[in-house]
Design a protein. Structure first.
Ligand SMILES: [Zn+2]
Length: 430
């Protein structure tokens, strides 16, 4: 084939491809919007989670505070019990004093009655003595004695009479004195009773205030506790809502990736049709050959020697799982899309180095292919590519010993290296 003709065809192919890749870029942006939305949600979730933890520790702290206050309450309870005891002692003192007062009142009444009766008797005696001429009567009695014996008898009788009067007078004086003492005592008891009643009143008041301060402490605690509980509850509710929204966004991301892949498949099919019209497939790489495109859905992503298979391997730092297959060739060997799809990443990523990731929609199922350690890109994010189309060039960027392609095939939308990776030989022959 003449070189000039070859170049014309190449331009035609490139033009057809270009017109098809413009549209999906907008979709890739909406995908990245969704991804940044997801990131925001993740941040919100972790913030909510730390708030929940903070509330939990506050509730815990509140519990220790509650224990302290409970000790204060117990102290108050002891005081209350003591006050109650004091009240019952004062009450029994009051009852005792009341009965003493009653006894005194009875005794005073008795004394007053006795004194009044004796007064009447003494007045009677005084009248009798006055009417009989007083002491003369006694003398008459003595002089009227008929014999010494009679005199002695009469003398002792007079004496007895005098003694009796003296005794009555003495008793009267004693009773009056005792009456006075008892009245004084009664007065004291009454005073004491007033004091007791005042004390009882004070005790009751302090009991009431002790009880009300105890209840205030309990109220405050319960209020604080229920406030914290409701705050924690609302945070948990927000958190579960955030999880729901986040799941929804994840689903949207997957749907969007699947939709883009499906669109890419259709576009690739149209492109293939246009290519078949031009009846020519470019076969010139940057250096080295583009692999022959297989029939069917999948094709080999590059040419070269398989140096490591999917599964366990040891490249010097102990056994590790290789989630892909390694194909070695010289730097610049063309790398092609393993199936129709849409590029959603064409930028460096950690140990992968320069990496291209493509989402494929095949018979309603989403697949992802990964092409790592590239020396250069020929495709960019958002671009739809068809099976066998050059997307980049082999290299040894990232964690690579020598120039090779690290190729992964996942039977899911991209969710990280470890999710959905299968042995690519299930679908592709190398
Ligand atoms: Zn590898």
């Amino acid at each position: 084939m003449k070189k000039q003709f070859k170049n014309i065809l190449y331009v035609i192919t490139a033009t057809v491809s270009l017109s098809l890749v413009v549209q999906p870029i907008a979709n890739a942006e909406s995908l990245s919007d969704l991804k940044s939305k997801q990131q925001e949600l993740d941040q919100k979730k972790s913030k909510l989670n730390s708030n929940i933890n903070e509330k939990s520790s506050k509730i815990k702290y509140n519990k220790s505070k509650q224990e302290k206050i409970n000790k204060q309450i117990q102290k108050l309870d002891k005081k209350i019990i003591k006050t109650d005891e004091k009240i019952s002692i004062v009450k029994s003192t009051i009852a005792q004093t009341t009965s003493e007062i009653e006894d005194l009142q009875t005794s005073i009444k008795d004394l007053e009655k006795k004194i009044a009766e004796r007064d009447a008797l003494l007045q009677e005696r005084a009248r009798a003595i006055q009417e009989g001429g007083g002491s003369i009567n006694y003398v008459d009695v003595l002089f009227g004695a008929s014999s010494f014996g009679d005199l002695i008898d009469r003398f002792s009788a007079v004496n007895t009479l005098l003694d009796a009067d003296r005794k009555i007078l003495q008793e009267q004086a004693d009773d009056k004195k005792s009456l006075e003492e008892q009245q004084k005592k009664l007065e004291e008891k009454r005073k004491k009773q007033i004091e007791n009643r005042d004390r009882l009143e004070d005790l009751k008041k302090s009991l009431d205030s002790q009880k009300s301060s105890k209840n205030k402490l309990i109220d405050a605690l319960e209020r604080e506790q229920s406030k914290l509980k409701s705050q924690k509850k609302s945070l948990q509710k927000e958190y579960s809502e955030a999880i729901k929204v986040s799941k929804k966004v994840q689903k949207e991301i997957q749907n969007e990736q699947a939709r883009l892949a499906e669109r890419a498949r259709k576009e690739a099919a149209a492109k293939a049709k246009a290519k078949s019209k031009s009846a020519y497939v470019s076969n010139v790489g940057e250096s080295g050959d583009i692999p022959t495109v297989s029939s069917g859905t999948w094709t080999r992503p590059t040419t070269g020697r398989v140096t490591s298979n999917f599964g366990w391997r040891d490249i010097g730092s102990g056994p590790e799982i290789d989630y892909g297959i390694d194909i070695a060739n010289s730097v610049g060997t063309p790398i092609v899309a393993a199936a129709d799809g849409v590029v959603f990443r064409a930028s460096p990523l950690s140990t992968y180095g320069n990496v291209i990731m493509i989402t494929h929609s095949i018979e309603g199922k989403t697949f992802t292919t990964v092409y790592a350690h590239l020396s250069g890109y020929k495709a960019s994010a958002g671009q739809s590519v068809s099976k066998g189309e050059v997307i980049g060039y082999m290299g040894q960027t990232g964690r690579a010993f020598g120039s090779h392609l690290h190729f992964e095939l996942h039977t899911t939308a991209w969710q990280g290296q470890k999710v959905g990776a299968v042995d690519p030989r299930r679908y592709i022959s190398f």
